[in-house]
Design a protein around this ligand. Sequence first.
Ligand SMILES: Nc1ncnc2c1ncn2[C@@H]1O[C@H](COP(=O)(O)OP(=O)(O)OP(=O)(O)O)[C@@H](O)[C@H]1O
Ligand SMILES: [Mg+2]
Length: 248
Amino acid sequence: MSLIDVRNVSFSYTRQRKTLHDVSLTLEKGRNLGIVGESGSGKTTLLRILLGLNRPTTGDVSFEGKRLDPRNREFMRRFRCGVQAVFQDPYSSLDPRQRVFDIIAEPLRSLGIEGDRRTAVMQAMSAVGLTADAAERYPHEFSGGQRQRIAIARAIVSRPDVILADEVVSALDLSTRIRIVELLKDLSQTTTFVLVSHDLSLVSSLCEDVIILERGHIVESGKTRDILANPSHAYTRTLLASIPRMPV
Ligand SMILES: Nc1ncnc2c1ncn2[C@@H]1O[C@H](COP(=O)(O)OP(=O)(O)OP(=O)(O)O)[C@@H](O)[C@H]1O
Ligand SMILES: [Mg+2]
């Protein structure tokens, strides 16, 4: 089943220059998708399109087979429950004035999800390996890896079908990074990830499918295994050669 479909999307921030050129992709349930490309290739821009934060200049985005339409408020609410995000920087993505409990509960509040919020927050914390006492503390009391766990707990608390993750481990040291990658692997059993990274080795350990972006164009897409074994595009070969292999 396809969760998200992007059809022929182009996007420009300014009149002079296109950032994304005729991008199409399908996110299948249960198949993590990696988006790889160098800095400035348009990865975050594409992720913001998938989140509905950037509206495509042309083309469209569908969720569960239906086009995103800001006028259809009930559908957009379902979409926002179903698609959550984790951003790159665990230091700036958490409000320093809020307790961890309130940070993680935020999607439940903003999406108006009824039910036992304390239980939902505690389950999310336990799923990411945070102990219950963390709930009453503030983000500055945690390390980078723990903060990223808090951000991941916030993303899973509404039990989304999809999590969009933008360079989630790039700010972390190697051992923390390995533990977070293990956590993402566990969570992929119930949630489908879109993982943005400049690191092909990370993508190959987590994602069944991959697209390679170069200056806003998809230059290669398909099964990660096939593309890594047999990159058909010169740019992919350059990326493969330039990235040190990490033991994850
Ligand atoms: N708000 C903005 N206004 C104008 N141009 C922007 C804006 N955000 C990004 N861009 C430009 O769009 C292009 C793609 O940027 P984007 O952030 O999507 O790249 P990226 O692949 O995520 O890069 P990185 O790996 O460095 O995070 C870049 O040329 C960037 O300068
Ligand atoms: Mg980016």
